[in-house]
Design a protein around this ligand. Structure first.
Ligand code: FES
Length: 141
């Protein structure tokens, strides 16, 4: 029998669930499909195959060793990765397309980890990212 999580991922319900709890205007602007990928952790880094990355340039990396997902985005200047943990009081952020929102007290962060709306005042933790021809590597501190 298929797990509920896998079913929701395949049907898009997972994305819809990530979009719940935000305002209608933000919902309309931001409910793009964001791919979640369970990734390997070895030698102090997460590794994800480029073929597994989301088509929109944003992928949420998941691993049991992490307290929250890692928001991996491809900017013009290359890949960047941010821990999706709010710097106000450590709630896990919800990716909403081009930014991330905190379900606890409403902080918003840009796709470059900058605070857009408080009460958070500190940017998101950013990880070093490297790549080769086939994979992207996110180096955990
Ligand atoms: S924990 Fe995110 S705004 Fe308070």
């Amino acid at each position: 029998m298929e797990s509920r999580r896998n079913f929701l991922k395949k049907t898009g319900g997972f994305t819809a669930a990530m979009c719940s709890g935000i305002g209608l205007s933000a919902l309309l602007q931001s409910c793009t499909t964001i791919k979640n990928v369970d990734v390997k952790y070895a030698n102090k880094k997460l590794s994800v195959a480029k073929l597994d990355l989301g088509e929109e340039g944003i992928t949420i990396l998941r691993n049991d060793k992490l307290s929250a997902g890692v928001y991996l985005i491809q900017h013009d200047e290359g890949y960047a990765a941010y821990l999706m943990l709010c710097t106000h009081k450590n709630c896990e952020l919800q990716p909403t397309g081009t930014f991330m929102t905190c379900p606890c007290h409403g902080s918003e962060f840009s796709n470059k980890g900058e605070v857009l709306t408080g009460p958070a005042t500190e940017p998101l933790h950013q990880f070093k990212v490297t790549e080769d021809d086939t994979h992207v590597y996110v180096w955990l501190d």
